[in-house]
Design a protein around this ligand. Structure first.
Ligand SMILES: Cc1cc2nc3c(=O)[nH]c(=O)nc-3n(C[C@H](O)[C@H](O)[C@H](O)COP(=O)(O)OP(=O)(O)OC[C@H]3O[C@@H](n4cnc5c(N)ncnc54)[C@H](O)[C@@H]3O)c2cc1C
Length: 472
């Protein structure tokens, strides 16, 4: 093992003192993650300013068998970007922010990995184009991070997840070699898709340094409404009818329990109640309209949904300010839980038609495991992705819920298995679900994953113990 002082000296020589952080108070923001579930300390944090500097670090780390954790905006929710063992080196790509190319005619832009999603959206907007990825962490999470986790968000229904938005990547491999796959091509059938190996690899196969991203036409108008539905089954039927009748106008379709809005009002997160009237469940729906399309498409659709008795009421946004308020309410679905009580969370997916069955069975089983537990299932219904959270019973003393988490997870994941679903829809595996993946993933798929890891990172220095539990 390389002694800490020797490591500090070698890395300072390689990339300069201003890009090496060694004081624990300065390291803290990189070591602590959003949910504060992990607390191991890295030995150093590196912030290289060029791709060449990342290559030098990796060549040195490989030579000296030093573990490196790639980090982006540190908004990951499964502990992939923070230490597992303690003593690893965190390599943050936050200083790689150059816009290398914007090509509106090809609808492509090439940006470096440290650009935030918000910055990428703004670059696209300057060219009257849309970079459609949209998620609550977009001001902080970075292009390298969203690609490494294959993040989803609220526009996957229309545009796909991060993988679908990426045409190619540039990445530094474990031994410091540079893979240049910054293709602008939408058609390129020349062998294995290496981009798709690196996307979703959570920093275990390479450090993404830049990406070639798809751009889309910019909508001229959004039509947004909060619908009242009686249950998730009605939500499935609304979605089916909306997609059948409006084609690809519908760009977001979020299932929301009314409890989430109650809690936002209770905890001062919402200025006013956005609901038209009382209802146990809601759908936040959005249509995107483009140049030349007549406004009013959503209102026509709502009439059809009323007639079919699939919705009982709707609150329609009449201004951009209204729309902003509605999406802020959607974003606060995480924060209102934190303010209310301790919770247990699951990021799962099932086929869309099975969401009602999922909700019925999971609520029943949760009540059996923890009587009085409060169900809080919400999320990207259009993609079959539910953030299936639970809040501690009203009278449960603080600190008692965690003891039941393992039993609840096990029961929930059994139901997910049974419905042909996934234990991680969009947040990834990280350290949180690595053991679970080992249990649940098809054994042949796992062996293929280990073989790929062994081929690209034979010393196992890139984010060891994340995604795959077995080390090289
Ligand atoms: C408020 C909030 C809302 C969120 N909403 C959503 C949502 O709607 N949908 C969704 O999918 N996710 C959501 N997330 C989680 C999501 O995973 C992250 O926001 C994002 O994808 C991670 O990007 P990051 O830059 O912060 O990466 P980090 O957290 O820094 O890293 C995440 C993983 O990627 C790896 N990594 C990071 N950068 C690189 C790189 N350049 N090269 C190789 N590996 C790298 C890390 O090692 C780690 O394994 C949310 C998180 C928060 C806090």
């Amino acid at each position: 093992m390389t002694a800490p002082n020797a490591m500090l000296e070698a890395l300072t020589d390689l990339i300069g003192a201003s890009n090496v952080i060694s004081e624990s108070k300065d390291i803290a923001p990189y070591a602590e993650e959003w949910r504060r579930l992990y607390s191991k300390q890295p030995s150093l944090v590196l912030t290289p300013t060029s791709v060449e500097a990342v290559q030098k670090v990796m060549a040195w780390a490989n030579e000296n068998s030093v573990s490196v954790i790639p980090q982006g905006g540190n908004t990951g929710l499964v502990g992939g970007q923070v230490p597992l063992d303690g003593g690893e080196v965190i390599l943050s790509v936050k200083k790689l922010k150059a816009v290398r190319d914007v090509d509106p005619a090809s609808n492509v832009m090439i940006v470096e990995a440290g650009a935030t999603v918000l910055e990428a959206q703004e670059i696209a907007q300057k060219q009257n184009r849309l970079f459609p990825l949209s998620l609550g962490s977009e001001g902080t999470c970075q292009i390298g991070g969203i690609l490494s986790t294959n993040a989803g968000g609220t526009a996957v229904l229309a545009y796909g997840n991060s993988r679908d938005l990426c045409l190619g990547v540039e990445a530094v491999l474990a031994d410091g070699r540079l893979y240049n796959g910054l293709s602008k091509l939408r058609k390129d059938n020349t062998g294995y898709d290496l981009k798709d190996l690196l996307v979703g690899a959570e920093g275990t196969l390479g450090i993404i340094t830049a990406a070639s991203l798809k751009l889309f036409p910019r909508p001229t108008t959004f039509e947004t409404a909060l619908l009242n539905i009686k249950d998730p089954q009605a939500g499935v039927e609304v979605l089916e009818m909306v997609r059948r009748k409006s084609g690809n106008k519908v760009t977001s379709f979020e299932l929301l329990p009314t409890l989430g809005i109650d809690l936002q009002l209770k905890h001062g997160l919402a200025a006013r109640d956005p609901r038209a009237s009382d209802s146990p469940w809601h759908v936040l729906i959005e249509f995107s309209l483009f140049d030349g399309e007549e406004p009013g498409a959503l209102l026509v659709m709502l009439e059809a949904l009323f007639e079919a008795e699939l919705i009982s009421d709707a609150s329609v946004c009449s201004s951009l300010a209204d729309r902003k308020m509605m999406w802020l309410m959607r974003e606060h679905f995480a924060e209102c839980q934190t303010r209310e009580a301790e919770g247990i969370k699951h990021d799962i997916s099932v086929p869309v038609k099975d969401i009602p069955e999922l909700v019925k069975r999971c609520d029943l089983v949760a009540e059996k495991v923890i009587p009085g537990i409060r169900s809080f299932a919400f999320g990207h219904m259009g993609d079959g992705n539910i953030h299936y959270d639970f809040l501690a019973p009203l009278n449960m003393p603080k600190g008692n819920l965690r003891a039941h988490a393992a039993a609840l997870h096990e029961a929930m994941y059994e139901i997910v298995d049974d419905l042909g679903g996934s234990i991680s829809a969009e947040h990834g595996i990280g350290q949180m679900k690595a053991a679970l993946l080992q249990q649940k993933k098809d054994p042949v798929a796992l062996e293929m994953m280990y073989a790929i890891k062994q081929a690209l990172d034979p010393k196992g220095i890139l984010n060891p113990g994340k995604v795959l539990v077995r080390r090289n």
